[in-house]
Design a protein around this ligand. Structure first.
Ligand code: HEC
Length: 140
């Protein structure tokens, strides 16, 4: 019986461990679930906007992408993507925009929800790593 009680705690401890590099590797393959709609190449939009340089970017501002009016409204209201906001957005994009804009219904264009926290963390770790590596190259 004791095992059953302890197991969830062990899982929590694992989640809290700073295993960033490993997360990024797993996130790279999990990003396969985003790739159908998102590329990481600058200016290359698909069904969704390019996620090149998304951290620090104002929501709804990737070049030449036709966002929903409410994603643009969120950007105008000051939404800038960081780890915490992307983490929350991915869980339920429509609900996120409703909350952010304090509206009952929104014109969200991203249909997928990613309730799996582990996946969201890994994908974010991967995106951050890619962005940092790229920025490193640009400075050289
Ligand atoms: C079925 C297509 C689809 C999938 C799959 C998808 N997205 Fe999206 N995503 C979109 C669309 C469309 C938008 C634009 C939303 C809008 O305008 O309301 C978007 C917007 C975003 C934004 C905001 C970007 C910006 O420029 O403001 C982020 C961040 C994002 N997606 C991340 C992800 C990640 C990470 C995944 C995978 C875990 C993912 N998306 C999976 C279609 C998708």
């Amino acid at each position: 019986m004791k095992r059953l009680v302890l197991a969830p705690l062990a899982v929590l401890a694992l989640l809290a461990a700073p295993a960033q590099a490993q997360n990024a590797d797993t996130g790279k393959s999990q990003f396969g679930q985003c790739r159908a709609c998102h590329s990481l190449d600058k200016g290359k939009n698909g069904v969704g906007p390019s996620l090149f340089g998304v951290f620090g970017r104002t929501a709804g501002t990737a070049e030449k992408y036709a966002y929903s009016s409410d994603m643009k409204a969120a950007g105008e209201k000051g939404l800038k993507w960081d780890e915490a906001s992307v983490f929350e957005y991915l869980a339920d994009p429509g609900a996120f925009l409703k909350k952010y804009l304090a509206k009952d219904s929104v014109s969200n264009k991203m249909p997928n929800k990613f309730p799996n926290e582990e996946l969201r963390k890994n994908v974010i770790a991967y995106l951050l790593k890619e962005q940092k590596e790229h920025e490193g190259k640009e400075k050289k």
